[in-house]
Design a protein around this ligand. Structure first.
Ligand code: PMT
Length: 223
């Protein structure tokens, strides 16, 4: 089975979408199902790590023996990530965090009577990954980039802006990888390292490669 090379490591993973309520029955969200982040949590646990999984609403079976922290909104995800950040060795943001939320959540269901149009005012949510980048101490920090165009260019910018040690870029305009699929194809970006393409394979295999890279970085660091 799996090598147990992550024994003694604490891994913090985010997965899935966040949901931002408009009223008691409606929300803004996105297409993330949580599969990518759950695969990362499962592989980390199998390789011996102590795993905390912070996840938005999802339909997935819980991985065995992980500390599961369900959340709904981006701000709740931010709180949970900060709560477990200090102790973590490897932190991976695979979640698709809503960048904006409704400025107000109506207390009662919004009525359509007399409304021909409805204008929503949205405000920015925190950029959790950027915040973790700013607060980074000993952690190795991994971000994802979900792109529909100019994958390398946009992902390189995210890597630099968010101060991550590793950025995993995927093309979410494709239907065979990215959102909701069991497979993914990614490009790994690291500061001062040439981009590396990992051809299409299961999200578990992608997760395995992420931890191989993190363990390499970890070894380089101790030299
Ligand atoms: O869940 P699945 O259905 O398996 O789909 C997997 C996936 C496509 C969601 C996943 O592979 C992926 O790409 N996750 C990142 C989605 C995303 O929000 O990407 P982004 O390029 O918008 O954000 C860049 C990084 O910043 C991400 O690590 C994201 O978690 C983080 N972020 C973004 C916005 C925000 N307000 N806070 C953040 O922390």
């Amino acid at each position: 089975e799996n090598k147990k090379d992550l024994v003694g490591k604490k891994v913090l993973v985010s997965a899935g979408s966040t949901v931002e309520p408009l009223d008691p029955v409606r929300y803004l969200s996105n297409n993330s199902t949580g599969k990518m982040g759950f695969a990362i949590a499962k592989i980390a646990q199998q390789r011996g790590a102590e795993v905390t999984l912070v996840a938005g609403p999802n339909q997935l079976a819980l991985p065995n023996r992980v500390n599961y922290q369900p959340i709904k909104t981006a701000r709740q995800m931010e709180q949970k990530m900060l709560e477990f950040y200090q102790q973590a060795d490897f932190v991976i943001m695979a979640a698709a965090v809503a960048d904006f939320r409704p400025a107000k959540t109506a207390e009662q269901k919004i009525k359509k009577q007399e409304l021909d149009q409805l204008t929503l005012r949205l405000v920015r949510n925190p950029d959790i990954l950027a915040e973790l980048g700013r607060k980074k101490q000993k952690q190795l920090l991994v971000g994802f980039a979900a792109e529909t165009q100019e994958l390398l260019h946009n992902a390189t910018q995210k890597m630099q802006q968010k101060k991550v040690d590793l950025l995993v870029a995927n093309d979410v305009s494709r239907h065979d990888i990215g959102f909701g699929t069991s497979q993914n194809e990614v490009v790994f970006l690291q500061p001062d390292v040439a981009p590396e393409l990992l051809s299409k394979r299961s999200k578990e295999k992608i997760a395995d490669k992420i931890f191989d890279l993190l363990m390499d970085l970890n070894r380089q660091r101790r030299k």
